[in-house]
Design a protein around this ligand. Sequence first.
Ligand SMILES: Cc1cc2nc3c(=O)[nH]c(=O)nc-3n(C[C@H](O)[C@H](O)[C@H](O)COP(=O)(O)OP(=O)(O)OC[C@H]3O[C@@H](n4cnc5c(N)ncnc54)[C@H](O)[C@@H]3O)c2cc1C
Ligand code: FES
Length: 1295
Amino acid sequence: VMVSKHDPVSKKIRHFSVTACLVPICSLYGAAVTTVEGVGSIKTRLHPVQERIAKSHGTQCGFCTPGMVMSVYTLLRNHLHPSEEQLMEALGGNLCRCTGYRPILESGKTFCMGSNGCQQKGTGKCCMDQRENLSSSLDRKSDICTELFAKEEFQPLDPTQELIFPPELLRMAENPEKRTLIFNGERVTWISPGTLQDLLELKAKYPEAPLILGNTSLGPAMKAQGHFHPILLSPARISELSIVMKTSDGLTIGAACSLAQVKDFLTESISELPEEKTQTYQALLKHLRSLAGQQIRNMASLGGHIISRHCYSDLNPVLAVGNATLNLRSEEGTRQIPLNEHFLAGLASADLKPEEILESVYIPHSQKWEFVSAFRQAQCQQNALPDINAAMRVLFKEGTDTIEDLSIAYGGVGTATVSAHKSCQQLLGRRWNELMLDEACRLVLDEVSLPGSAPGGKVEFKRTLVVSFLFKFYLKVLQELKMLVRLFSMPVSDSSRYPEISDGFLSALEDFPVTIPQGVQTFQRVDSHQPLQDPVGRPIMHLSGLKHATGEAIFCDDIPRVDKELFMALVTSTRAHAKIISIDFSEALELPEVIDVITVEDIPGTNGTEDDKLLAVDEVLCVGQVICAVVAETDVQAKRAIEKIKITYEDLEPVIFTVEDAIKHNSFLCPEKKLEQGNIKEAFEKVDQIVEGEVHVGGQEHFYMETQRVLVIPKTEDKELDIYVSTQDPAHVQKTVSSTLNIPINRITCHVKRVGGGFGGKVGRPSVFGAIAAVGAVKTGHPIRLVLDREDDMLITGGRHPLFGKYKVGFMNNGRIKALDIECYVNGGCMLDDSELVTEFLILKLENAYKIRNLRFRGRACKTNLPSNTAFRGFGFPQGTLVTESCITAVAAKCGLPPEEIREKNMYKTFDKTIYKQAFSPETLIRCWNECLEKSSFHSRRRQVEEFNKKNYWKKKGIAIIPMKFSVGFAATSYHQAAALVHIYTDGSVLVTHGGNELGQGIHTKMLQVASRELKVPMSYLHICETSTATVPNTIATAASIGADVNGRAVQNACQILLKRLEPIIKKNPEGTWEDWIEAAFEQRISLSATGYFRGYKAFMDWEKGEGDPFPYYVYGVACSEVEIDCLTGAHKKTRTDIVMDACCSLNPAIDIGQIEGAFIQGMGLYTTEELQYSPEGVLYSRSSDEYKIPTITDIPEEFNVSLLPSSQTPLTIYSSKGLGESGMFLGSSVFFAIADAVAAARRERDAAEDFTVKSPATPEQVRMACADRFTEMVWNYSLFSSKVIFLCPASWTY
Ligand SMILES: Cc1cc2nc3c(=O)[nH]c(=O)nc-3n(C[C@H](O)[C@H](O)[C@H](O)COP(=O)(O)OP(=O)(O)OC[C@H]3O[C@@H](n4cnc5c(N)ncnc54)[C@H](O)[C@@H]3O)c2cc1C
Ligand code: FES
């Protein structure tokens, strides 16, 4: 949302976006709040921001869209013509899991300075020119299009139409209220004094009460760690705390200034002052650009940041080395304390007294011969807490390179910011050279002791960065010293004493800048003869796009509270494997508003299945397993009550978390799945070389924006229940509730209006939550609402299966692979769920695009004490195929050939049979490969990458092109069916219902495109209300990429039946209108309602024989990605990605390209940043967006081109379109292999072995440690000989 406040200092209105869930309602006194509903509405007038995001296809599930709209809206309130950099900054703190951000950015760019709507802006070329220049023979055809939306249609932005700041609030701000305001809550009192004196008196009266400003530190601690403060003092109205003073020697900034304001002040000062005075300010500014997102920076205050003293604080290390002073005030008066290591360590003698407040911070100017730098490394470049950061300052004796003063501070290495004070003291008087650097590294490694339990772990990585940052600082200062000497024309004898920096080493200095992504989306235009009314093949906007953008789209939890509704919260296990000895909920039941506790005894029917229980009985199998549930009048009370439930456990053995442990304990969920062809044993005997290796692929959290939720409404009659649920499979919820309650299925109706993202995570799990809530509803007789918060959702539900793969590959010296043996183990968690199916799919799909005569693939699902893993976009393919592609990379390394050559050599070339003997033609695969090579100018860029790598030692580029053969659908016939119900009403309007669920993938839009073509009426006549088990029964989960395929055929069937019935009437009155025909049909008693049915593909797989026809067709695609890595930090930048995908005849290119881009970015997250971390006791650490990093807008490739391969044919699907929901996911691995390529280049140069074990995700830690160099060696040697710390292994990309 946008908050607008009158700023007492500047006397201007400040508009800023905030993270609404962190804003205490009392803090909004005197503020105007604008939500997405206030900006525009489909009922009245759309705001241009809302219109453009929808029409540019920037919404899929739409759950993130209001946030995106408000970020851009706020930006436009402050800057009518923002720059693209400002747009990126405004959106940097927003997350979207569906779109991959590109279309959101495109819509925002239409407001930017000089925007002409051209997608190639910034490249100096227009997309129109580019279209002409497209070199591919196919693209030369005039039917290729690159415009997914028509910019001319957009209404202009008219600032005079914006809401004004309420005059009453303005009056209030101009005559500020001096009296203290007190808001009394149920448990907390909020006190907001009007004067500084009152604040100081209050602080003296309530010394324990915290000052609350941004609430970005206090808020999360209260929510996640249970901190409780009965009194909160809000100094927001005290103008003395918001002052900014510029003096001749420094800047004084009020403690209440937000970090966003601090950023602006520093930018201003830097532009006004000579550079030598701004070293500290520049270092602060650098961190302020990447610290959190803009919303948090708008809220968080400088004072709150300093006083919180988080160990990861980005600013405190810089302020400490910059000799900042804290101006404190109490009733006693004022005093100053230095912001030094003692203050940061929380020493009482160096700290604020309880009755004191921080009034302002003084940050002195730097001086000539003084240099300050700041460094940080996080899981991703922006919007992520740093793993480690540092600030360094050196002052030289004037005109020399002799150190007069030195300060170094690190964050993220201990429980507070740590200063290397002793090391710095020992280095005083030393000259700035390599000898000093070596000594400094040794000293700092000794002093900055990193215990094995350093926050966030990663000890070896952090130690390496401790010295890598020092090296960067050394080089940077050296370079600046040289410049200074040149500037002052010092004698050569002076300047020559500085060591030379080789050109290759200069690459250590530059950080990766945030760039504005560009790209072109290419697709085939519909035939010029296609009637205008026929929407098939056109880039039609998502049906709900405008409603997403105005906030009027209703999600499950937007359904208003129903009469007598109660809220449910789940009680989960805190042990990984234990016997439940007792459960005592007496205290919980005593709390006010708590109604009941639902246990397994309350279940009238079955408690799930033997393998997958709804509620744990006697024994728990993982942390997060649901044991019982509390029902209360409010969600707050329900959550409070679960903390009062006492469960005693007796731990059981074994406790298994990893695949390796499961193998050791022979702990599996299902039998091994195996496919074999040729004679693998013989083939291995005849090959030139054999390589064996291991691949580890981490799991992945779905991170759908809308967490799991359900509303169950019991009816008064006949045990009927209405269930509103966010699911991909309402029939499954219906069936599970039926068996749980022991009532027939026909009493239960499940409704799905829309789902805020699913990605597989809402196939199986919603039935569990639906059933537990239904038990509560039946027991209490009240409607029950169950909404998981993010933490619980991540804790309770599993995600993508982590995989451990072993391979043995035999090949000839020319790279031809003759034999491949892969053994995969997936971590299934504690219950079967979809693990057997995932294993089967994995094995069926492992061969990917390669024809290898002798193959053996084996797979098993391990049973461990983690939450059950489940379906996830790609269903095992993205993990398994990483093993196959890693084999290829390993073969290439052994043969000394580029990986793309090995890929091409071993790819299917002609009509052939897969390992399970299904026949197929790889023609389009080859076309995609050739198109992608050509469009990406692969070969010339490969040469450029090599050139770059020769010239740069500390930065390396990598490039990879990856082919894909992805089979869609389920390997079971019963899944290949669908039904639809189409009603035509007497006014001619049509209601379409089908078995697919709208998850954001645009299935409803596509279905109306089909109905529109078949009935020959415009889409405006058609409507889809919801998916409901009452209208279309026995539906199949919307999954496996075939939702639109099968439901489209069912809708087509229903429409054709109706049209057939109408034919005689139309024939009789060919000039009549649709309305005339419908009226006539009604008069003639012709049914205007029809059920359509599609009896789909006969899927078949015989695992005994290893043969079958399990899949209806394949989607082919190829992606080429280029990256640049920073060998000193492990960071990477995605320079460019080109995707060519075979969509056949796309039903809707905007939706299909959206699916490809969204899946690609999600895949990129899987392979680069998304890392699940568990405690040794099996508790998921990474339970929020702070710890678990899904890609943000700043993570997308700088240039991102997607093209749909001009038409090929697939007779099995609706209008020869292909399902593209999942396949793009795996193409994200091209980024992974490009990183691996860059790492290999670094290792080659450093003479390190090239065959390293691959681990996904390729986090900065993995990359840094793989780029073995003198610093990793230094850390290794230090560890070997240090008595303080024991490290596990040398630097290599290994487990
Ligand atoms: C999503 C998110 C991402 C983040 N990312 C980063 C990051 O990348 N890098 C980073 O360094 N930090 C990051 N942070 C932390 C953020 O910088 C701090 O939470 C913030 O600066 C605290 O300021 P606040 O105004 O919100 O403090 P509050 O939560 O309001 O208060 C924090 C504490 O400061 C005390 N306090 C505040 N003002 C005064 C005063 N004038 N006198 C005395 N005591 C005072 C309060 O009593 C309280 O104990 C992130 C936080 C969030 C929520
Ligand atoms: S559209 Fe952004 S999260 Fe779904």
